[in-house]
Design a protein around this ligand. Sequence first.
Ligand SMILES: [Zn+2]
Ligand SMILES: [Zn+2]
Length: 441
Amino acid sequence: MAERANLKSSFSSTVNQRSDELERIARDILDHPESGYREVRTSKLVADWFRDAGLEVQTGIAKTGVIGTLDTGKPGPHISVMGELDSLIVPGHAHADSDTGAAHACGHHAQIGSMLTVAAGLSEASVKDGLVGKISFMATPAEEYIELEYRESLHEKGEIEFFGGKQEFIKLGFFNDVDIAMLTHTGGETEGTFGIGGSNNGMIGKTVQYIGKAAHAGGSPHLGVNALSAAHLGLAAIHAQRETFRDADTVRVHPIITKGGAAVNSVPADVRIETYVRASNVPAILNTSEKVDRAFRAGAFATGAEVRITTNPGYLPAKYDEKLTEIYRHNAASLIGDDNVIRLNHSSGCTDMGDVSQIVPTIQPTANATSGNGHGIDYLVKNYDLAVIKAGKAMGMTVIDLLADNGEKGKKLSGAFKTPMSISEYLSRMRGFRSDATYSE
Ligand SMILES: [Zn+2]
Ligand SMILES: [Zn+2]
């Protein structure tokens, strides 16, 4: 026990010495946002940092992912500490890229900072020597499930299979021998606290293309088939079914039109929609997916257009491990006090941490250090000490608990975990969500 306390104290003092540098990296990433599977600069920055820290580095995983491994050289549990590389696309955000609209409106830049904080503190020889097993610091691409047509094109080219970076890591075998996983997300609930526990919705993603017939919009609309009208009816038909979504399933369906027509004086012949179908459980996702498809088909049938509906696997619902949460809670409380560690409720948002949580014991606590609306133009990390340094300390101290004393706690925790599904079951389940069909009357 005394040994563990010493390790935590050496870990913390190393982190304190490097805190300015670690916060600076997070701010640097904030100012250079890159959306999913395009995180070239961010990926290089992380890989270079890992190399400087003396970690074994693998790059180009799932296009832009990076892993830095800290191996104690002694057998023991394998822990994954993660950070997400990608930004959102939110034009108008104070730190948005003026060309692409990419912006860190979900705080992932701070996650990279907190992951590197763990790596900085644990790499210190006096800490590393007291641990067993290994830690993989995984900088994962593409958590935000966006730009679906771009990801479909990557899928068609065989560059990725899944739209989420952690899913690709799982498919590529990087979780095959991982025992425990963690990542800290930023949050805005009750500033100055850490949030623990909770759960997330799962989802599937759809791209929808209405194909009509172009004609002169003023002179001869009767010769055309209006794909925008078809899309309008499809969307209205989804809305007409919302009362059938059960509250308990926390269903969310929120389509956007990504292309509404080509020129205002031509009847729209190619209209495109992206949507999610989210719910707290897979049966509700599938049931709602059928309703959504039926609605989209109805728009095409009514107008004589064609509709192509492509469904892609999204993310599984997340369930965070209670035993790991308890170890984390203790460490988080030692940093900011018991009263400032709060329980999270179910979130109707989704994450590919959900997929990880179906395979290994996982936590995704939140560092509540932000202001503004998540995914909005005003979302900003206000408290970098909490989001980067203390978040990293709470995770690092949790890793010390798991890997000190010959890794006893880590072994016990991973041994007690009842895996909802094996990795091969996971992959076949995810592949089963994919479909692509074109409908006309
Ligand atoms: Zn997000
Ligand atoms: Zn996020």
